[in-house]
Design a protein around this ligand. Structure first.
Ligand SMILES: Cc1cc2nc3c(=O)[nH]c(=O)nc-3n(C[C@H](O)[C@H](O)[C@H](O)COP(=O)(O)OP(=O)(O)OC[C@H]3O[C@@H](n4cnc5c(N)ncnc54)[C@H](O)[C@@H]3O)c2cc1C
Length: 557
């Protein structure tokens, strides 16, 4: 048999999408080399270690366990086989309201009945079941028709099966509107819309479809990998290496090299070394990559204007405590009464008198390896404005950091009754917008890539394939399907499938997501008979299309 030369793929960046796409490609017989600028892997999902304390740098809420399980299975292994233990957090989350009231969410229905009816009164449990039923639709249909499908052009919005479900996904409503449909009490609405904060958005702005996050949490539960979130990706690097993938740290990429025929040739590293490739997968922040790694071309102009759509940032504190704080849970959300009212910004503005909404994660409550015995590791996250001007590196000053710290401590003490919390903090490190930008090349320090409002999702989100340069692909938070670890994993799978298809290789996993053709595609191919085989669908599609265009032009005004 002829000895075929292996195709070469370079991956730029070791975020969760980069690490997993590399492993998938390597298992499918590709010669993969990943280059990461930092001296550690994982990107925003890396780990921070300080004097026996361990913190998750970014993500800590592990939802949609089945996506992680599927990934390991596609790589011919399992979490158990790789010695990974995932623990279920129970309760899911503690929500601390501004008046000192407290709500805990759980996958346990009896617990939820008691909690909801305590706020809404008897009978409200039925509303909860109604909410779950609707958000289940959002979840199931999104997994099938969004997460596992590419949206390469606007025509792909016209896939018959997708259109059939479009209105059931409530993309033109907000998450807040959907929760308000089921619940009367402001605090309960807050509980069921708080997932919007996981994507850095206001519940008034994020499309109703995203109640799927709440559904995933309330039915599938919140999980935690022993050893921290990065433990999963450390293990996936080992799996990738087993298939021959090479992961290089401290190796920033300087440029993607494109031929005169607009075909990728490889990449140049900052060290000056040229690495040849048949395809390049960019996992580094997409806007940064267009501006800094890729040559200018007509598509660059369109992408640059999307700077205004970058998500918010965070001030994240990593505190080593001298003792345990029993009253707090593994996951805690401190919500101000203003959340869900009027203001579409969910981030804290230090110049306003607005009280911050913030999240606290204490991994040592579920995994004792996260802190020395008898102590707690505490990670606080406050959503803040991103760097408006990406050339300014220090517009979040130490004064603002101090104010954020002061406010968080004040509200922890006031709402939980813990006294002298400040005195428990033995050591602190933090991330702020400029450090997210500097450490990970995150445009404007935005931590969730591009926003997830209507005009930044599906076919509106930047494509996973470069429009003009063949052989250049993207995977990660700013491309389809979006930010969040499971979502990035789904995107990495789609990008890997595209690359394999273009290189004429087969994917090693059994069922590549089928790309159902849209009515538009079929008509463009002259396959009118196939396209028109179902008049019922066709009239539904045409009707939906006109409603869709109408709503879009209304929204764009
Ligand atoms: C504070 C915070 C909390 C979060 N909480 C959650 C959560 O609880 N649950 C959840 O599911 N998601 C959460 N997320 C979102 C989730 O972490 C991200 O969406 C996801 O990790 C992004 O992964 P990515 O693949 O896009 O890559 P990124 O993490 O953005 O990594 C890109 C990598 O590319 C590298 N790079 C950049 N430029 C170059 C270059 N020139 N050469 C080489 N390498 C380069 C960077 O250094 C980086 O390592 C959170 C994010 C943050 C920041």
């Amino acid at each position: 048999m002829q000895n075929q030369k292996k195709k070469k793929v370079v991956v730029i960046g070791s975020g969760v999408a980069g690490i997993t796409a590399a492993a998938r490609l390597a298992r499918s017989g590709i010669d993969v080399s990943l280059y990461e600028k930092n001296d550690f892997f994982g990107g925003k999902c890396s780990v921070i270690k300080e004097n026996g304390y361990r913190f998750d740098c970014g993500p800590s809420i592990m939802l949609m366990l089945e996506i992680f399980e599927e990934l390991f299975e596609h790589l011919g292994t399992s979490m158990t086989a790789e010695n990974i233990k995932v623990l279920k957090c129970d309760p899911n989350c503690h929500i601390w309201f501004s008046d000192g009231n407290h709500f805990t969410t759980s996958t346990d229905l009896t617990h939820m009945k008691q909690q909801i009816e305590g706020f809404e009164g008897g009978g409200a449990f039925n509303s909860y079941l109604g909410f779950l039923q609707e958000s289940q639709q959002h979840y199931e249909q999104s997994i099938t028709h969004v997460l596992n499908k590419d949206f390469p052009n606007f025509g792909s919005l016209l896939r018959p099966r997708f259109l059939r479900y479009l209105f059931k996904l409530h993309p033109f409503h907000s998450v807040w509107q959907r929760a308000s449909h089921f619940f009367r009490i402001h605090k309960v609405r807050q509980v069921f819309t708080i997932g919007s904060m996981y994507l850095g958005m206001s519940p008034l702005e994020i499309p109703g479809t995203y109640t799927l996050l709440q559904y995933a949490e309330l039915t599938g539960g919140v999980w935690y990998p022993c050893g921290g979130f990065y433990r999963l990706f450390e293990s996936l690097i080992t799996v990738g290496q087993r298939f021959g993938a090479k992961y290089h740290s401290s190796s920033p990429v300087k440029r993607v090299v494109i031929s005169e025929q607009n075909k990728v040739l490889g990449v140049t590293l900052e060290s000056g070394k040229f690495v040849e490739a048949d395809a390049v997968l960019v996992n580094a922040d997409l806007l940064y990559a267009y501006e800094n790694l890729l040559p200018e071309d007509p598509s660059t102009a369109g992408i640059s204007t999307r700077g205004r759509d970058v998500s918010c940032s965070t001030i994240s504190f990593y505190w080593s405590l001298s003792k345990k704080v029993p009253v707090l849970g593994i996951h805690n959300l401190f919500v101000d009464d203003s959340f869900g009212k009027g203001d579409r910004n969910v981030y804290w503005d230090p110049d306003d008198s607005v009280i911050p909404n913030f999240y606290i994660h204490i991994p040592s409550k579920i995994d004792e390896t996260a802190a020395p015995p008898g102590k707690d590791a505490v990670n606080v996250l406050i959503l803040v404005r991103n760097l408006e001007d990406s050339t300014t590196n220090d517009d979040i000053t130490s004064r603002i950091i101090a104010k954020a710290r002061e406010q968080v401590i004040f509200f922890i003490e006031r709402r939980t009754g813990i006294s002298n919390f400040k005195k428990l903090i033995e050591n602190e490190t933090f991330h702020q917008p400029s450090s997210w930008q500097k450490t990970f090349n995150a445009t404007k320090g935005g931590v969730f890539g591009l926003k997830h409002n209507f005009f930044n999702i599906l076919a509106f989100r930047p494509k996973m394939r470069h429009e003009n340069f063949s052989g250049v692909y993207f995977a990660g938070a700013s491309t389809h399907p979006g930010a969040g670890v499971p979502t990035c994993l789904a995107g990495a799978k789609l990008s890997a499938e595209e690359i394999l298809k273009d290189l004429g290789a087969n994917s090693s996993w059994s069922k590549p997501s089928s790309n159902e053709r849209s009515l538009f595609d079929l008509l463009m191919q002259g396959n009118t008979m196939v396209a028109l085989h179902d008049w019922g669908s066709v009239s539904l599609i045409i009707m939906s299309f006109f409603i869709f265009v109408g709503v879009m032009s209304y929204l764009k005004q």
